[in-house]
Design a protein around this ligand. Structure first.
Ligand SMILES: [Zn+2]
Length: 90
């Protein structure tokens, strides 16, 4: 899989999940498999570039790097969780 498609798919997924929530997404946590063909640093660079000028600009990106090459998701980049801004409940 090309890394740009990977990043675009992740961002599409974030937009999709965010559309169901009242608050703005402020944080995203990704899990990076030990055998995924991208480094955390490189993933972050692409992510930051892709969200520039969008509603996700400035979102906090956390990347958990898996070390286990035998993990069933070792080749994947997984969207683990999204954090939303607190709304006041109205
Ligand atoms: Zn690249």
């Amino acid at each position: 899989m090309h890394e740009m498609n990977l990043i675009k798919n992740l961002i599409d997924k974030i937009h999709e999940l965010a559309s169901d929530e009242p608050g703005k997404p402020i944080g995203v946590r990704l899990r990076l498999g030990a055998l995924a063909h991208i480094s955390a640093k490189h993933l972050r660079e692409h992510f930051d570039r892709e969200v520039l000028g969008t509603s996700l600009e400035g979102i906090k990106l956390e990347i958990d790097e898996l070390k286990d090459i035998n993990h069933r998701e070792a080749q994947d980049v997984i969207l683990e969780s999204l954090k939303f801004e607190e709304t006041d409940g109205h």
